[in-house]
Design a protein around this ligand. Structure first.
Ligand code: NAP
Length: 293
C-alpha cells in the first residue's frame, strides 16, 4: 500500500472520530422529524455533525444515557415515552424538574445536563403571534406532558391558564403546581370558558393521524378574535384548525413552529450556535408534505 493510501485512510478515520454525533431516543422513534430538522441545520451551517434516531425502551433509558455519554455522543433529545424516566438520570434544570420531564440532554460538561425546551418553543411562537402574554386568558386542552410544559411557561409569563382535560384528576394535579390557574371539564363548562378566552391551545393528541376527523372544539364555539393553536403537526391542518377557519378565526397556528422552536432551543444548548430556523422549518414542512410523521 502506498503512503498516500495510508494517509487517506488515517484522514478518513480522524475525520470520522471528529464528527459530532447527536440523536433522539424514544419508542416509537423511526418517524421522528428531528433527524431531518437537525441534519438540515448542520448542513446549512457547514458543521461536521450527524443526528440519528435510536429506539430505546423505557427499561433501557438509564443505560442509553450512560452509554451515550461513554461513546462521546454530544447531545440527545428524548421523546415519548421516556421524557419522565430520563429525569432520574440527568442533572436537570429547575423548570424541567417542575414539569417532571426532560426532552434535551447535553453531555458537554461531563454530567448529563437535562432541559425541557417544549415550553420554550410554544411560548416563543405565541409571543410572535399574540405579543404580550401577561394577563391573557389561555384555555389549554390536555394535561399530558406537552400541556404541562406549555402551562408552566405561560403561567410564569403571567397568563391566566385554564386546563380542560378528559381525566379531571390529572388536570387538578397540574393546576395545583401553577400559580394562576384553574381546571374545567371537557363538557358544557368548556363552551362558556371559550367565550372568555384569548387563546385556545390543543395539547391533546386528538386530531392526530390517523384520527384526522376528530376535534374537541367545533367552529360554533369559537369567536374570530380567539387565537387557535394546535400543537399536533400531523396532519399540518388538523380538524381543529379547519374549524377555526370556518369560524373566521384570524390567528391560526399549526404545530410545526413549536416543533422547530423546541428543536432550535436544543440546538443552541448543544452547539452554542444560532440555529438556522428557516432551514429547519423548511426541512420539517418538506418532510411532512412528503408523508413523514
Ligand atoms: P401525553 O402525555 O400522552 O398526553 C396526551 C393528552 O391527550 C392527555 O391530556 C390525554 O387526556 C389527552 N387525550 C388523548 N386522547 C384523548 C381523547 N380521545 N379525548 C380527550 N383527550 C384525550 O402526550 P403529549 O406528549 O402531551 O403529546 C400530546 C400531543 O402533542 C401529541 O399529538 C404529540 O405529537 C403533540 N406534541 C407536539 C409537539 C410539537 O412540538 N408540536 C411537542 C410535544 C407533543 P387524559 O389525561 O385523559 O388521558
Amino acid at each position: 500500500m502506498l503512503l498516500g493510501d495510508w494517509e487517506r485512510i488515517f484522514k478518513t478515520a480522524y475525520n470520522r472520530s471528529m464528527k459530532k454525533i447527536y440523536g433522539i431516543i424514544g419508542d416509537p422513534v423511526a418517524h421522528s422529524l428531528s433527524p431531518v430538522m437537525h441534519n438540515a441545520a448542520f448542513k446549512k451551517l457547514g458543521m461536521d455533525a450527524i443526528y440519528l434516531a435510536f429506539r430505546v425502551s423505557p427499561e433501557e433509558v438509564g443505560d442509553a444515557i450512560r452509554g451515550a455519554k461513554s461513546l462521546g455522543i454530544a447531545g440527545l433529545n428524548v421523546t415519548i415515552p421516556l421524557k419522565e424516566k430520563a429525569l432520574s438520570f440527568v442533572d436537570a434544570e429547575e423548570v424541567a424538574k417542575k414539569i417532571g420531564a426532560v426532552n434535551t440532554i447535553d453531555f458537554s460538561s461531563g454530567t448529563p445536563a437535562g432541559y425541557n425546551t417544549d415550553g420554550i418553543g410554544s411560548l416563543r411562537i405565541l409571543k410572535e403571534v399574540v405579543g404580550e402574554i401577561n394577563g391573557k386568558n389561555v384555555l389549554i386542552l390536555g394535561a399530558g406532558g406537552a400541556a404541562k410544559a406549555i402551562s408552566f411557561y405561560l403561567d410564569a409569563e403571567g397568563a391566566r391558564v385554564t386546563i380542560a382535560n378528559r381525566t379531571r384528576e390529572k388536570a387538578a394535579q397540574l393546576v395545583s403546581k401553577l400559580r394562576n390557574a384553574d381546571f374545567i371539564s371537557l363538557g358544557v363548562e368548556l363552551e362558556k370558558r371559550i367565550e372568555d378566552s384569548n387563546i385556545l391551545i390543543n395539547a391533546t393528541s386528538v386530531g392526530m393521524h390517523p384520527n384526522e376527523d376528530a376535534t374537541l372544539v367545533n367552529a360554533y364555539l369559537m369567536h374570530p378574535d380567539l387565537v387557535v393553536f394546535d400543537i399536533v403537526y400531523n396532519p399540518l391542518e388538523t380538524k381543529l384548525l379547519r374549524e377555526a377557519k370556518r369560524a373566521g378565526v384570524k390567528k391560526i397556528v399549526d404545530g410545526v413552529k413549536m416543533l422547530v422552536y423546541q428543536g432550535a432551543a436544543s440546538f443552541k444548548i448543544w452547539t452554542k450556535k444560532e440555529p438556522p430556523i428557516e432551514t429547519m422549518e423548511n426541512a420539517v414542512r418538506d418532510a411532512l408534505s412528503h408523508g413523514s410523521s
